[in-house]
Design a protein around this ligand. Structure first.
Ligand code: HEM
Length: 529
């Protein structure tokens, strides 16, 4: 009996999908032969939507492999056509046509939806997104401002120094714990999340940072955990209640922060964002809501990137030794008048003298990065002289397909190879444009220098000061099935409990960060080479 019911339900479902598929093709418009070929599907119409939900970042890769490396595909989804761009040269073409294939309408819709901005605010944000006719607009003004203040120079230095001060304090707490009589234990994933959240938001929001309150930090991560239900918006009071309540708590704490002019004690980033949003008439509660959305960009990717890099280094004793051999000579140790030691780790030296650490970081982002950049087709567009992309469709560029392409990275593409990006390696040339973890073109991540400094500061300090051992006796790689939809880097599902002890020969002394040559950057992407 159960079998008959199951077969009937399945049959009805397949029937509905087929009818919808036919209706879409007949009523809404036939596939133009110049459009990219259809992605293979056995249950038309809904299979891709389910695939995306179930397999997430691995779905485009599985389709790519099924089609034996199709450079571009059309995916018909309920209510939307998606063009999936797999080949690197085509991705570069998409990046060049950044007005016809635009990020801003997607970002505007997503950020206003995610943060719950009022309809009137949505209209302001979505008006003239490219700032045509010399008139200016929220996006056209905010975007270059962010790029300016996050570029190497004095403003970035100040933020980096604030961020490193918070990291330094968190690590001193660990040292204190490790000097105690009982072994010091840390939940690695949660501890990193806490450090990154505090260090990043202190640097951006200044002394009155709302995230100094534990309840706000927790509310933000609760919002991020429930992000999908918030943006889907289906039966919100039932399915998105937790996420919406958490978002409101964070938004209202930002509202109080802004009303009290506390942003004037914060970084140029928050000052600039407040100034431009207010100038276009966005009400204060919605400016506060936009900060909740901004915190997604600020926090969601740095956090797992730092986790994975620490995981990959500590779970590989040879790599740990080799990276220590690079880092130790950069340490400056001085004796104070009272005989105590001060140890200085200068990030500028780390940047120029630790290629293996830099390569391991870049490989971490290649291996764990899974951004699927989305663009909206603003007008019928011909890509690469042959593919028609129809107005209103969406274009997706899944980084994971490029990052897992053996033609670019070689036969060990699936492996984590910390040496892959060393200058001596043959990979160097292919890697610059094939490395998509920070996106590319006009939408290249403006936070990459800040995030890189934060991750490498934390990881380098840990590596020179601490031994980390998993309490289970074995490093077990967490799965990543629950990675959130807002993430560009896979998030670990399981906690990793570690025991921390002080590294032999480095038990004594007070530790400091240094950062002298601000213009020196880690050049991982084409644009920074
Ligand atoms: C490891 C950490 C990070 C990773 C992997 C990362 C990755 C990315 C990627 C892939 C994009 C391009 C999105 C697309 O093409 O659709 C992007 C854009 C962006 N990122 Fe990051 N990001 C990181 C950290 C940060 C930080 C710390 C900030 C803080 C300022 C930031 C701010 C932004 C912004 C504002 C954009 C949008 C670009 C625009 O509007 O022009 N990111 N990021």
């Amino acid at each position: 009996m159960d079998g008959i019911i199951a077969k009937t339900v399945l049959g009805t479902f397949v029937g509905i999908c087929t009818i919808l598929f036919v209706l879409q093709k007949v009523l809404i418009g036939k596939q133009d032969p110049r459009e990219p070929p259809l992605a293979p599907t056995s249950i038309p119409y809904f299979e891709h939507a389910f695939g995306m939900l179930r397999q997430k970042h691995d779905y485009p890769l599985s389709i790519y492999r099924k089609t034996k490396s199709a450079p571009i595909l059309t995916m018909l989804m309920p209510g939307k056509t998606l063009y999936i761009v797999n080949s690197l040269p085509l991705i570069q073409q998409v990046q060049k046509q950044y007005r016809a294939l635009s990020f801003f309408p997607v970002a505007g819709k997503m950020s206003t939806l995610a943060c719950g901005a009022a309809e009137t605010t949505r209209e302001i944000v979505m008006t003239n997104v490219h700032g045509d006719g010399g008139v200016g607009s929220v996006f056209a003004d905010v975007n270059p401002m962010i790029r300016e203040v996050m570029a190497p120079g004095a403003t970035l230095d100040a933020m980096n120094k604030d961020m490193m001060a918070t990291i330094g304090r968190a690590l001193d707490e660990v040292t204190k714990g490790a000097r105690g009589k009982t072994p010091m234990k840390l939940s690695l994933k949660s501890w990193i999340k806490d450090c990154v959240t505090q260090a990043t938001t202190n640097a951006i929001y200044g002394p009155e940072n709302p995230f100094k309150k534990k309840s706000i930090k927790e509310a933000f991560w609760e919002f991020e955990d429930n992000f999908l239900s918030v943006i889907i918006g289906l039966f919100p009071s039932l399915l998105a209640r937790k996420g919406l309540a958490a978002r409101e708590r964070v938004a209202h704490s930002f509202k109080t922060y802004l009303q009290n002019d506390n942003h004037m004690k914060g970084s140029p980033l928050i000052q600039g964002r407040h100034r431009i949003n207010a100038q276009y008439g966005i009400p204060i509660l919605d400016i506060a809501r936009f900060e909740v959305a901004m915190c997604i960009a600020l926090l969601v990717n740095t956090n797992p990137s730092m986790f994975w890099l620490l995981f990959f280094i500590y779970s590989n004793p040879a790599l740990l030794n080799d990276i220590r051999a690079e880092l130790d000579p950069t340490l400056e140790t001085s004796k104070n008048v009272d005989g105590s030691l001060t140890r200085l780790l200068d990030l500028t030296k780390v940047k120029s003298k630790c290629p293996l650490l830099a390569s391991a970081f870049q490989e971490t982002l290649r291996h764990r990065g899974m951004i699927s950049s989305v663009r909206q087709v603003m007008e019928d567009t011909i890509l690469d002289g042959k593919y028609l992309l129809k107005k209103d469709a969406l274009v997706q560029m899944p980084a994971r397909v490029v990052h897992m392409d053996a033609a670019i990275w070689g036969p060990d593409v699936e492996e984590f190879n910390p040496h892959r990006f060393l200058r001596s390696s043959n990979m160097k040339k292919a890697s610059a444009s094939g490395f998509r973890a920070f996106g590319g073109g006009t939408m290249l991540c403006p936070g990459r220098h800040f995030a890189t400094t934060e991750i490498l500061a934390m990881v380098a300090m840990c590596v020179v000061r601490f031994e980390l051992k998993p309490v289970t006796g074995k490093w077990t790689m967490p799965t990543t099935r629950n990675t959130g939809v807002a993430a560009a880097v896979m998030e670990p599902d399981q906690e990793v409990e570690v025991e921390v002890s002080l590294r032999k020969g480095f038990e004594e002394g007070t530790w400091r960060f240094g950062l002298s040559e601000s213009k020196e950057v880690f050049a991982f992407v084409d644009e920074d080479q």
